[in-house]
Structure formats: C-alpha cells, structure tokens
Design a protein around this ligand. Sequence first.
Ligand code: HEM
Length: 455
Amino acid sequence: MEPDQLKDLYEFDEHGDLQKDIRELRKRGPAPLVALRGGIPARAVVDPTLLKTLARDKRVSKDAYEHWPAYRNKELPKNWPLMPWVAGKHAFAAEDSKKSKNHTRLRAPLDQALGPRQVRAMEPRIQEITRTALDEVARAGIDPVTGHPQVVDLRLILTLAVPIRVISDLLGIPDHLREAFQACADNLFDTTISGEEMLANQARLQQTLDALIAYRTEHPGEDLTSTLLREEHHDLTYEERLATIRLILVAAIETVGNLQGSTIVNLLSHPEALTAFQAGEITIDAAINETLRRNGPAGGVPLRYPTETFAVTVDTENGPVEVVFEYGVPILPVWAAAGRDPRTNPEPDVFDVNRTNRRDIAFGAGPHYCAGAQLAVTLTRILLALLFERYPRMMLAVDPATIGHTPGHIGDGPDTVPVLLGPENPDKTSSNGHGAKTRKPAKRAARSSMGARRG
Ligand code: HEM
C-alpha cells in the first residue's frame, strides 16, 4: 500500500453512533480505508451490492492464517483488542477450499442445533425465561422504599438477560457456571477495551469453557456442548469444539440484545407504529424487520482477507468507481450500512413499519450467513409480544436522542433502555400467570422474510 494512502485513514468514533460513522464513510466511497484499533488499515465496505458480492467472492477469505500475512507472521501485538475476532478454529473464521471443506465441517453442528425445527422446539422455554425476566423487571420498576414507580433500564435485566439464559440452556451451562458465563459475555463486542482487559476476558472465558466441557463430559445432556462432545462430531478437534462454543457465546448475546433494545426504543419513540402493533394492524415482525434495516445490530464485523490483489467496479451515484482490494489489507464488512443506503431504501433514517421493498443484510450474506438468524428473530418476537402485552402503556423515560450507543464498531444498539413501565395489564402479569400469550407468529410470513434475507 502506498504511504500516501495511509495518511488520511478514517477512524471510528468508538463511543458514538455507528450510523454517523457510516454516513461519513459513504462520503468517501463504497469501500474507504479506515484505521482499526492500533492504526491497522482496513477497507470498510459500506456499499450494499459490494457487500453482497464480496461475501461470495472466492478471492476473499475469512481465514487469517492463510491470507493475512501480518497475522501469520505474528506481526500483530498479542493483545490487539480485535485479536479474538481474527483467531479462532470455528466456522466464522474458516473457509472451504480445494484442500478442505473446513467451513462446511465446522458449520454443520451449528446448522443442526439452530435449524427451524430446533428453534420452534425452544419456543416454550424462551417464553418461560422471558416471563421470569419480566417478573424481575416488574420488581425493578418499583422503588422498594417508597413503593412508587421508578425508571427501569431494560438492557441488563431483560434484553441481555434473556439471550444469556437462552444461550446458556442451548449450551447446557450448569447452574454453578452461569454467573461466570454471564461475566464472560460482558465486553465481547467492545473494541474500545484495552489489550490487557481483552486478554483477561479471554483467559476467564477459556477457564469457564474448560469447566463446561469437563462438566458435560461427566454429565452429558441434550445440549449443544454434549452434542459436540459425542462421537458423531469427532471430526472436530477439542480446540474446534471449544472454539465453536465460544463462537455461539460471542455471536448470540450482544447482537440479540442490540436488536431487542433498538426495537423497543424505535416502537416507544414512534407511537403510531406502537399503536398499529397493539391494534393488530401490523405484526411484530414489521417492527423487527424495520429495526434490522435501520439499526443493524451487527455493525462492522471483523474481518475478511483478499487472497490476491484485485479490482472491482462499483456503480455509485457519481458513476462507476473502481475499488482495489490489496493483498494484505483486511476487509471490514459494515453490514449495518446496507439498510441505510439511500439508493436502496429511500429516506433511510426514517423508521417506517409500512415500508415496502425494504432491503438490508443485517444477518450477512453468502456461506457465512448468520447461523442463528431464526433464533434471534424468535427471541425478539417473543420478548416484544410479552413485554408490550404486560405493559401496554410503557414509555421511554428519556428523550430517545439522548440514549447512547454500545461502544465499538462491531455491534450497534442502545447502551441503555430506560423506561417507565406504567400499569400492568392485569391479565398478563406473573411468570406463572396465564394469559401473556404471544401472538401466534405468522410462520409463513416470518419464514419467507427470513428466506428473503438469506441471499
Ligand atoms: C440480531 C441478532 C444477530 C445478528 C444481527 C447477527 C448477525 C450476523 C452476521 C452479520 C453474521 C455474518 C458475519 C460475517 O460474515 O462476517 C453472523 C454470523 C454468525 N452468527 Fe449471527 N447474528 C445474530 C444473532 C445470532 C445468534 C442468536 C446466533 C447463535 C445462536 C448467531 C450465530 C452466528 C454464527 C455461528 C455465525 C457464523 C456463521 C458462519 O461463519 O458460517 N448469531 N451473524
């Protein structure tokens, strides 16, 4: 890369609104150069067509060892905060090649565990977990001293707590390790933490994973960890099994928390959409899909690597532009940019649940398309239905414009969801109460919308 090109690298405002960064990046072209933490240059892809093309391009790989010389030659500091996203013997960082079907092999157990039938079977348990978390929300909404209503931040006790518990079930995490797992889930997407914090997090995670594997070797169950340990998956090494479990933890919690948090904030700050949902004029999927488009929960997810230097011509509003992807310069796909592209979604900043021809790639594209998309939407559908049934008059406790964003560029969601719950719907109260049924999801519509996403 020419020294001149390294002069003006864009730097993310790691504590700001990712969509603001995306607007700035778009002004610089379809795939401008950015400086990742530590000043490492990368091409951040913000053009939706280019994102989809690169996700399937055989000249682009996710295998850092094979195709990123700086990584292979150990030129990156061990404590580089993005290191956990680069190194890993799991599907996320593997590719099929002429030599091996590594990605297919590592992805197979995930597709088995997270397929449509498996996710449908999880629904009763997700409802139970969500109702229990809502009981905790109810308690937090009352000042214990005065007995008066008080502001509740839904992020920790609901929108992160529910996915943590559901994923803990999925992975078969026993009760005595749940607290340790919850602690590990903090900070996973935070690219602003120091190298030392990152290394400490990873060491804690490793210890907890070892304890989980030891427990499930002794006490096998029907969970994903036990399944991975069983014979049919002996084509995965111990390291690969561990990495696969770690991948689920990293991929599933913060992303879902972001989607749930953003959908709640969007609905509460757009009363016409909330009223339409509560009157049954729109399904909850309309609000979820519009949030996926407008507030992509997985923002700029590291990383891909050109296997050679190549050029792509991109059609932009200013005419064709040639982008050169240089060997050795990683690619950062900014999935959250696609839904806000003004050429594919007119008035992209507007939250409009009645939008037609909505286009986004919030769950990625190509062979690495999100393995947990169906579970993520199911979790969100159930949570929103139960929350708004129980608290039909809930309000945001602050001006939505003052709500901050989760740190780092990997994910994007509200860093708090402060609400006043308002009166409970008397028919939909406690976790063992009756009522609180979720609207029967329009399965066909939901499936076809997921199908349309996969592209
Ligand atoms: C709203 C929530 C979610 C969003 C927006 C999301 C988004 C994404 C995106 C964009 C990718 C592709 C990354 C790339 O190609 O670089 C991805 C991959 C992945 N996601 Fe999700 N995800 C979500 C929830 C989940 C959940 C709940 C799980 C698991 C339970 C999960 C598991 C995975 C896995 C295993 C991969 C790697 C797939 C592969 O490389 O073959 N995700 N996700």
